[in-house]
Design a protein around this ligand. Sequence first.
Ligand code: PDD
Length: 277
Amino acid sequence: SIGFINGKYVALDEKAVPIEERGHQFGDGVYEVIRYYNGEGFMLEEHLERLEKSAEAIRIDLEGGIDSIRTIIEEGVKKAAIPDCSVYLQITRGAAERNHLFPKDVPPSVSMTIKPMAPFSKEMLNNGVSVITHPDERWANCYIKSLNLLPNILAKQAAAEKHAYEAILYKDGKVTECSSSTIFIVLNDTVITTPLSKQILPGITRMAVKEICEKAAIRFEEREYTTEELFSADEVFLTSTTSEVLPVTHIDDRKVAEGTPGNLTTLLMELFKAKTG
Ligand code: PDD
């Protein structure tokens, strides 16, 4: 594993952030998580584009733009020499005396960690995971990959305390996404997921699954759906950069269909694996 902050490589436990740093004090920043497979960044450009949009949305100006971030990531991965790794990249509004207002003439802080990623446990892939449902208590701009993750943390912790892997979030009776992943259902051989809006993060893995469905002529529908539809789904799976495509077989202690990964989910897992080389 390797750490990086503002131009310097550091050990992960090095004390490198000033107390008065806005990411630290306010969560005033944005981030990305990118997966490398065999030395290749998976959909790196899509992640960089989303990061650029997140930074713009909270009005952080990147000197050198997104190209400078790409360089930092690529040099970091080369230096770390871990072919299968996850890259965590964070940009904050920088270090300044604590004040809610934006500081003047303070450069953003850029930090990164690069850590090895082991393949997912066979047990989770073969049996699927259990999840809970939980109210979506987040703000109105969840399309921004913001450092402010308190509602996500509380939801995921609630899941863990029920021995579940994730929390499916719902608002006004409709499913939005999970605490740190995208959720899909399969109904009548159609893969269904919540449409993109300010209410959810535009998942990069979601984009990959959509492309896979189009290529494989699997019906793919983006529409809102209710928690009732979730419970009556033929199959359920979640996706994220670190979870990839993962079957969900139990929700709130109820079985999804027969309680085993569904056929379309299994097919999508295979097609996704093929895409990551
Ligand atoms: N989470 N929704 C939320 C709220 C997320 O935090 C994430 C990613 C996703 C899936 O997006 P993607 O497919 O681009 O990883 C959806 C990352 C992995 C994290 O916070 O660790």
